[in-house]
Design a protein around this ligand. Structure first.
Ligand SMILES: Cc1ncc(COP(=O)(O)O)c(C=O)c1O
Length: 393
């Protein structure tokens, strides 16, 4: 019998990771300062540290602080880029929007709205044999009518890492002027994400997942043309200044994509998390997460009744399985009762990919550096026991 009182095994880092003690401390200290001296005064006292957070994020993504906007989630970062492009350079009815078949639903939904409003079409780029977005298929689809290409670097539900550098190269070599948006929500913090090499117009991510930052934080890095050739919509008085009766001036940096109000405690927590990731080294983090994910995949594959559903030649720290009756939702609950956090991954997050693989729901397990091989062994033992007891009943 596996002990139910062992320490927590948090395998839901693709949902929201455990922040470090240091990340928690800087947030609590700032909240205490807000309660003691006032919110605006606490902000002023920490102005340098707050300004440094964009620089830390820029270092993480290999870009400049002027190209980084701090926002409240990955979706908001991605949306800000789309809003600017749609406001200043909307597609014509004959234009095409290309998205990965594994694209995250929150990215596809507004693109479908753009298509409905303009007559443009949304087309899905087929996957290659390994389940990642096919560069060959993309190259065949590219023509002068492609308005925008959207790719998720590490989809949230199938273990794949898409070749976002290859997509950027394909766009450049073809001479395409299509806007290129990359959702790096699940890759930032666990894999190197190099904005300069990807060559995208926007790379968005969240703080709370593999970066171990606070909830309610996110950011987007933007290209020079997204910064200078289009206008964010709508602007607020942090993003622009009202200079005359009918005139305004937009901030020259990516601050133009930010909002006036934000949680500065959370921003400081994000900065602490990014600095810790930089200190540890993304390559070290990537190697540790990859080894734990591999241990999970190998161990899960030999448990009767479990099917590892991950695809991709290059895989992320996201491990997905289908399980026997009573199904994935019940397995997530049972694991939680054993002190093991996982999450339920359902078809509505990426319906094209789920239906192509005839899957409706799966259990997602996503390790992080604060776990070790013994935690994975315990998880495998609990899952084997749960599946065994299910098949007997
Ligand atoms: C691939 C991917 N993109 C975007 C998001 C949305 O992130 P946020 O909730 O920070 O907007 C998620 C969240 O799980 C995700 O997995």
């Amino acid at each position: 019998m596996v002990s139910a009182s062992a320490p927590l095994v948090h395998l839901n880092n693709a949902g929201s990771a455990l922040p470090s003690a240091q990340t928690l401390r800087v947030q609590i200290e700032h909240l205490q300062a807000e309660a003691t001296i006032g919110g605006y005064e606490a902000h002023a006292a920490q102005a340098d540290a707050i300004g440094g957070v964009s620089a830390s994020v820029a270092q993480l993504l290999n870009t400049t602080p002027e190209q980084v906007a701090l926002v409240e989630s990955a979706t908001v970062g991605w949306d800000r880029a789309l809003q600017a492009v749609f406001y200043s350079d909307p597609p014509a009815a004959h234009q095409r929007i290309l998205v990965a078949s594994t694209e995250y639903a929150s990215n596809v939904l507004p693109l479908m709205q753009v298509a409905n409003r303009t007559g443009a079409s949304v087309e899905f780029i087929p996957d290659g044999p390994d389940g990642s977005t096919s560069l060959e298929a993309l190259k065949d689809m590219l023509d002068e009518n492609v308005w925008l290409v959207s790719i998720t670097h590490a989809p949230s539900h199938n273990g794949v890492v898409n070749d976002v550098v290859g997509v950027g190269d394909a766009l450049r070599f073809s001479g395409s002027s299509a806007w290129y948006l990359v959702d790096a929500c699940q890759s930032v913090g666990q894999l190197p994400v190099d904005f300069a090499r990807i060559g995208a117009d926007a790379v968005s991510a969240t703080g709370r997942k593999f970066l171990r930052g606070p909830r309610g934080t996110g950011f987007v890095a933007v290209s020079h043309r997204l910064l200078h050739d289009v206008e964010p919509f709508p602007l607020d008085l942090h993003a622009a200044t009202w200079t005359g009766r009918d005139t305004y001036e937009i901030q020259p940096t990516a601050r133009r994509f930010e909002s006036w109000e934000t949680s500065y405690a959370a921003v400081l927590g994000l900065g602490a998390a990014v600095d810790q990731a930089l200190d540890l080294g993304i390559d070290v983090i990537a190697a540790s997460i990859s080894a734990l994910a591999e241990q999970l995949r190998v161990g899960l594959a030999i448990i009767p009744g479990i099917t590892v559903q991950d695809r991709g030649t290059h895989q992320s720290g996201i491990v997905t399985i289908t399980v026997p009756d009573p199904g994935a939702a019940a397995m997530v609950v049972a694991l939680r009762e054993h002190g093991i956090n996982t999450s339920l991954s359902t078809a509505d997050y990426a319906p094209i990919d789920f239906s192509a693989r005839s899957i409706t729901e799966q259990v997602r397990l996503s390790p992080h550096t604060y776990l070790d091989a013994a935690d994975i062994d315990r998880t495998l033992a609990v899952i084997a026991e749960l599946v065994g007891s299910r098949s007997k009943s």
